[in-house]
Design a protein around this ligand. Structure first.
Ligand code: 13P
Ligand code: SF4
Length: 354
């Protein structure tokens, strides 16, 4: 839908008033009305790197979700302020692993006698507390664009990986990219005593997957893939690795949002694509590439947005920018010092991956 012209003008004016003091980051899942004001767009990895590369900006306005804003705060200097235009923009996957649950899991691994062999690898989509746990226990963060490199690194440090909190990214990377079998993976359920696993099962596993998932990508099924192949002969199926294993196994291409965009940029005219990721991005890509004769459809018949990404809308962005332009610091995301120190260790290990 077209943006309200009055709000567009107010956002433009507030940004102009702030000048170099503000840097606006936009994740690929953001609405069109918001993305038009982003100084840079990217996947989670690119945005983390870009936030760290702007030391002159006093304000980093993060159009994305809470864990991304936390990561930006951790990677920027203390006098830079990270602002999330709507504090309710969380991530249901990140909420599936709490610090208490993960500490309890570590006790279970310790009791099974395997904690020393386990290296935690945490997906970017996790709270700062979980990142700090990861740093404290010698692990690294990963995103969907470097998960294989993170796992390669982790298996040089230890024999087993505890992968938090997205079981699908963990399983897909282990099986699809690293040649492990499904039997090498077990799922730790934080809502069951001992994670629902016996000590023997834990000792036999190479990948201990946290029982978390993305509700948006969880909507795609093997049926969605089979249906679209029947409907559109010759279609290429391209999905995000947060999708279930059977969806990823049936797809032609798998990768992060940035990878999805690059793949479509390089695709020949006349090619057909079904994309399994969030709808704002898929719609934007369908419109962008239609004039080049690339047919792009959403993988599922029913639409799905990420409802928390969508919370950042133009009214919230205008409010944040105008407040900053008037000297009112609103919606600051600030990670406490101790958490920050350990979380930074884990994030820096990721940034140093080969
Ligand atoms: P990427 O942009 O890193 O592919 O991540 C997708 C996502 O779900 C972010 O929340
Ligand atoms: Fe979280 Fe899924 Fe939304 Fe990404 S798409 S922010 S993983 S709920």
């Amino acid at each position: 839908s077209p943006s309200d012209p009055d709000l567009v003008e107010r956002a433009r004016a507030a940004k102009e008033k702030l000048g170099d003091k503000v840097f606006v980051l936009g994740h690929h899942y953001q609405r069109d009305e918001v993305i038009q004001f982003a100084d840079v767009t990217g996947d989670s990895f690119k945005l983390a790197r870009d936030a760290a590369a702007r030391p002159e900006a006093e304000y980093i306005v993060f159009c994305g979700v809470h864990f991304m804003a936390e990561s930006a705060d951790i990677l920027t200097s203390d006098d830079q302020k990270v602002v999330l235009p709507d504090l309710a923009a969380g991530c249901s996957m990140a909420d599936m692993a709490t610090a208490e649950q993960v500490a309890e899991c570590w006790d279970v691994l310790t009791e099974a006698g395997i904690a020393e062999q386990v290296v935690p690898v945490s997906y970017m989509n996790s709270s700062a507390d979980i990142k700090a746990f990861t740093g404290k226990h010698g692990g690294t963060i990963c995103t969907s664009s470097n998960a294989k490199r993170a796992l390669d690194w982790a298996f040089e440090q230890g024999e087993k990986v505890l992968f938090l909190p997205d079981q699908h990214l963990g399983r897909n990377t282990a099986v699809r990219d690293m040649g492990m079998s499904l039997d090498d993976c077990v799922v730790y359920n934080p809502h069951k005593p001992n994670g629902g696993l016996t000590a023997d099962e834990l000792r036999a596993a190479k990948m201990i997957l946290w029982r978390g998932h993305c509700s948006v990508h969880g909507r795609f099924s093997l049926d969605s893939v089979n249906d679209v192949r029947e409907r559109i002969p010759g279609v290429n199926v391209l999905v995000h690795p947060e999708c279930k294993h059977e969806v990823v196994a049936a797809a032609d291409y798998v990768g992060s949002t940035e990878y999805i965009i690059k793949t479509l940029e390089a695709a020949p005219a006349g090619s057909k694509w079904a994309i399994g990721t969030e709808l704002n991005l898929v719609r934007r890509l369908a419109n962008r590439f239609a004039p080049e004769g690339k047919e792009i459809v959403f993988l599922d018949k029913t639409v799905c947005f990420c409802s928390t990404m969508n919370r950042i809308d133009l009214p919230h962005l205008v409010w944040a920018l105008e407040s900053l332009a008037e000297g009112n610091l609103v919606n600051r995301i600030e990670v406490d010092k101790e958490t920050e120190a350990f979380a930074k260790l884990a994030l820096e290990r990721m940034l140093a991956l080969p």
